[in-house]
Ligand binder design. Structure first.
Ligand code: PLP
Length: 384
């Protein structure tokens, strides 16, 4: 049987061995509630706080600025809604984001509109970037918060986060970044980069699903989304996911330690895949600029239905993604690809390959062969 070729690391990543090892005791005998006042509780509390210290260290901030959440979506919602509600108390009800954010940010902003908030969506360049100049022009005295992602999930394009944060700082506006795709893949340092709030999600860097973090700069107090117990400094009720938190910290530490070497190796594989496919397949080109995360490759195969290509690849044991959302039987083209100026048809003809730490030379060789054949077959089927 053919080995599975997993090229959808931007969707999720396999659990790393380090994360699994760190989690196991907390899934087996060590089950105490970290808030309990007896030995198993103290042990769980210690593990959670050690994980907090380790994550703070990787992000360049202090431990009390790390808040554990259930996922990247929760972190984004909390940053946007929590800060918007906080800022509304001083009369600021304008939000700035961009047209190609993840829906966790876009829909959180949209959800605030009926409550009197206005939202400006910055346009994205055809190569997938936001400029500090466009951001500065969008700010008003009423701007409460800016939320711009560090790296886009479909294109991988990396935004000039330090410059965007500096513009916000200059105008006294808070800056949140959805770094779900970037953490564990790019060097980040929240204090040095002037970031006020940052979202991350463990399952994008070898940690478990259902565990995330919101970094909140000291002195800021987003209104809680989850009222309940006094966990997370009284700001996010809910018994901590001890195993998840411990696994997230182990994965992030491991990934951070080998980040440069992994990035160089993955980028070489990705570039080989890109060059090979673009030379072997006529009318095949990359979506988005070259300045991007090491593993991302989003390709437009002219005249091909992306979903059909994915089905053929799946039959050959290759996992990739189209970025489109299937709703009620119809396929909506990706809002990210539309935002960089692709037509609906071009967006539907695009496929994302995202390589990761486990991708091998043999995986790339197999993708080169299978994708080239599959595109040929589809083009022979569909006259255009
Ligand atoms: N933000 C970005 C950029 C993402 O890529 C994702 C997940 O794909 C999320 C947020 C949501 O993260 P989670 O799956 O942990 O809710």
């Amino acid at each position: 049987m053919q080995k599975l070729v997993y090229a959808d690391n931007a969707a999720t990543t396999p659990l790393s061995a380090a994360a699994r090892k760190a989690m196991l005791p907390w899934l087996e005998n060590a089950f105490g509630n970290p808030s309990a006042l007896y030995a198993p509780g103290h042990a769980a509390r210690k593990a959670v706080e050690q994980a907090r210290d380790a994550i703070a260290d990787c992000l360049g901030c202090s431990s009390e600025e790390i808040y554990f959440t259930s996922c990247g979506t929760e972190s984004d919602n909390w940053a946007v809604k929590g800060m918007a509600l906080q800022q509304a108390k001083i009369g600021k009800k304008h939000l700035v984001t961009s047209a190609f954010e993840h829906h966790a940010v876009l829909h959180a902003c949209k959800a605030l509109e009926p409550y009197g908030f206005s939202v400006t969506c910055l346009p994205v360049s055809t190569t997938g970037f936001i400029t500090p100049e466009a951001l500065e022009a969008a700010l008003t005295p009423d701007t409460a918060l800016v939320s711009i992602m560090t790296a886009n999930n479909e294109l991988g394009t990396v935004q000039p986060v330090s410059e965007l944060a500096a513009v916000c700082r200059k105008h006294g506006v808070l800056f949140h970044t959805d770094a779900v795709q970037a953490v564990g893949h790019l060097p980040l340092s929240v204090h040095r980069q002037g970031i006020d709030l940052l979202s991350l999600s463990a399952h994008k860097f070898g940690g478990p699903k259902g565990t995330g973090v919101l970094y909140v700069r000291r002195g800021l107090h987003p209104v809680p989304l989850l009222d309940g117990g006094a966990q997370e400094q009284g700001s996010r009720g809910g018994t901590e996911n001890v195993a998840g938190i411990v696994g997230m910290a182990a994965a992030l530490q491991e990934r951070t330690a080998s980040l440069q070497a992994d990035a160089a190796r993955i980028r070489t594989l990705r570039d080989r895949l890109e060059a090979g496919l673009c030379s072997a397949i006529p009318d095949c080109r990359r979506n988005g600029g070259a300045e991007r995360l090491p593993g991302h490759l989003n390709l437009l195969f002219k005249g091909i239905e992306g979903e059909s290509l994915l089905l053929l690849l799946d039959r050959e044991g290759i996992c990739a993604s189209s970025g489109s959302a299937c709703t009620a039987g119809s396929t909506d083209p990706s809002h990210v690809l539309l935002a960089i100026g692709l037509t609906r048809e071009q967006a539907r003809s695009s496929v994302r390959f995202s390589l990761g730490v486990e991708t091998t030379d043999a995986d790339v060789e197999r993708m080169l062969q299978v994708v080239t054949d599959a595109v040929k077959r589809l083009r022979n089927f569909q006259p255009f």
